[in-house]
Design a protein around this ligand. Structure first.
Ligand SMILES: [Fe+2]
Length: 208
């Protein structure tokens, strides 16, 4: 998520104003990453915060409300972006404004993810069971169109910790375990070639 959102403002600025064909390609990508982010947050709102507030005591009470506030501000930002995106992806007009809106979204998102990883993940590790954690992943996968799943998976795999990827797939049926990584990797390479102009876009660690 961080990589794709980090690359988006420049991708949008690189589209020549009025080039609706190119805007449609980058716009579909922007729309996909926005949907994945929204779905992920929806899952946390519904399945994670209530459990942590219930079980995590003082520590949860002092951190979860902050997460909820950050989600609301990300949601507002996502809404703004999606309004501008609709016009830009069909006409190629208004790219500068859209890129600025994505910059703003990126700044709230980066701050949120850093806090979430530092504060919430350790809490979840103590208070949420492995099955409940899987439920969060299943919610995410259930909300994304089936046709987008291998690509979304490949997008995560491109930079994701292989151990985590393995763990995510550990409970999937055998064909999924075997084929999704292969198809996902291929789909993302083709998608990245179309969107980023290379099958190996800059990894987050190499971006300044
Ligand atoms: Fe979050």
């Amino acid at each position: 998520m961080r990589r794709e959102f980090r690359l988006l403002p420049q991708l949008i600025r690189d589209v020549v104003p009025g080039d609706a064909t190119r805007a449609a390609v980058v716009g579909a990508h922007a729309d996909l990453v926005c949907r994945v982010l929204h779905t992920h947050h929806e899952g946390e709102d519904a399945l994670l915060w209530p459990k942590l507030l219930d079980r995590g005591g003082e520590e949860a009470l002092s951190s979860v409300p902050m997460m909820e506030t950050q989600h609301r501000s990300i949601d507002r930002s996502l809404f703004e972006v999606s309004e501008l995106l609709r016009e830009w992806r069909s006409t190629g007009r208004g790219g500068e404004e859209l890129a600025d809106a994505f910059e703003l979204l990126l700044s709230v998102l980066v701050a949120h993810m850093a806090t979430e990883e530092k504060v919430v993940l350790p809490l979840a590790e103590r208070h949420v069971t492995a099955a409940e954690w899987r439920g969060l992943g299943e919610h995410g996968m259930g909300a994304i169109a089936k046709k987008d799943l291998p690509l979304t998976f490949g997008m995560a795999m491109y930079e994701g910790d292989p151990e985590v990827i393995k763990a995510v797939l550990a409970h999937a049926p055998l064909p999924v375990r075997l084929f999704v990584p292969v198809i996902g990797r291929r789909r993302y390479a083709a998608h990245a070639r179309r969107v980023h102009g290379t099958s190996r876009p800059a990894r987050l660690g190499t971006l300044v």
